[in-house]
Write a protein that binds this ligand. Structure first.
Ligand code: COA
Length: 232
C-alpha cells in the first residue's frame, strides 16, 4: 500500500473528538512537555530508564518527535477548556505492510482516569485506520501500568505477547506487554458502523458488549470518541 494523500488530510491541523481534540504541537508548549517528562511518576510508567533527563534531551525530543513536520504527533487538549494535557504520536509508520506504533502520555495527572486518554487513543487509531488506511496499530506497555492497559483494551487492543521480565522497577522484574489492534477489530468494535470512530451505545448493546439494563450506567459514561477534521 502507499500513502497517497493530501498532507492536510493525512496529517491535519486538528482531529476533534467530543471531550478531547488533538492539535499539532506549538513551540510554546515546550515548558509543559519538559514538566511532564521530569515528573517521576510519568517516568516510572513510560520509560525504561528513570534517571533525570536534561532540558537538552527533552528539547531534542520535543523538536524532532513532537514539533517537526516529519513527526506524526499531536498535543491533546481538553475540549471543555482547551487546556493542554498531553501528547500522542505515531511512529515507525510502514506503508508497505500497513503498520504503525502508537504512543501516548497524558502528562497532567489531574486529567487521568476521566476517559480522556481512551478517547485520544481511539482518535489516533481511527485516524491510522480510517484515514491513513493502515491495517495494524501496535504498542508496548509495562505490565504494572493497569490504567494504560485498560484504556487500550477499551479501544480494542489485544495482548499479543510479552517480553518477560524486561524491566526492573520498584524492586521487582516486570514484563513489557505488546498489544495490537487490526483493521477488522477496529471496524467491528469502536469504529463500527459510522466508519469515523463513533461507536454508539446502541452498538454496544447490539453487540452484546453491554446489557440493555446497562443503559442507565452508560448515561454516566464519558462520550465515545468521534473523528472530525478541520481547523478550529
Ligand atoms: C495511560 C493513559 C493514556 C490513560 O488515559 P486516562 O485518561 O488516564 O484513562 P481512562 O480514564 O481513559 O481509562 C482508564 C481505565 O483504567 C481503569 N483503571 C485506572 N486505574 C486502574 C488500575 N489501577 N487497575 C485497573 N484499572 C484501572 C479506569 O477505571 C478506566 O477504566 P474504566 O473506564 O473501565 O473504568 C494516561 O493515564 C497516561 O497517559 N498516563 C501516564 C503516561 C502513561 O502511562 N502512558 C502510557 C504508556 S504505555
Amino acid at each position: 500500500m502507499a500513502l497517497d494523500l493530501d498532507p492536510t488530510r493525512w496529517h491535519p491541523e486538528m482531529i476533534r473528538g467530543r471531550r478531547v481534540y488533538l492539535q499539532r504541537h506549538r513551540p510554546d508548549q515546550f515548558p509543559a512537555v519538559l514538566r511532564w517528562y521530569r515528573d517521576p511518576e510519568v517516568a516510572r510508567l513510560t520509560r525504561f530508564q528513570v534517571g533525570p533527563v536534561s532540558d537538552e534531551e527533552v528539547r531534542r525530543f520535543f523538536q524532532s518527535r513532537l514539533l517537526s513536520p516529519d513527526a506524526f504527533a499531536y498535543a491533546i487538549h481538553r475540549a471543555d477548556d482547551d487546556r493542554l494535557i498531553g501528547t500522542t504520536t505515531l511512529s515507525a509508520l510502514d506503508p508497505d505492510n500497513g503498520t504503525v506504533l502508537f504512543h501516548i502520555t497524558v502528562g497532567e495527572r489531574d486529567s487521568w482516569g476521566q476517559g480522556l486518554g481512551t478517547e485520544a487513543t481511539a482518535l489516533m487509531v481511527g485516524h491510522a485506520i480510517e484515514v491513513l488506511g493502515l491495517h495494524r496499530v501496535g504498542l508496548s506497555v509495562f505490565e504494572f501500568n493497569a490504567r494504560a492497559i485498560r484504556a487500550y483494551e477499551k479501544v480494542g487492543f489485544r495482548v499479543e505477547g510479552r517480553s518477560r521480565e524486561a524491566l526492573w522497577r520498584d524492586g521487582a522484574y516486570w514484563d513489557e506487554i505488546h498489544m495490537g489492534i487490526l483493521e477488522g477489530e477496529w471496524r467491528s468494535g469502536w469504529g463500527r458502523r459510522s466508519g469515523d470512530g463513533r461507536r454508539s451505545r446502541e452498538d454496544d448493546v447490539a453487540s452484546g458488549d453491554r446489557a440493555p439494563e446497562d443503559m442507565a450506567a452508560l448515561d454516566r459514561e464519558p462520550a465515545r470518541a468521534t473523528l472530525r477534521y478541520g481547523r478550529r
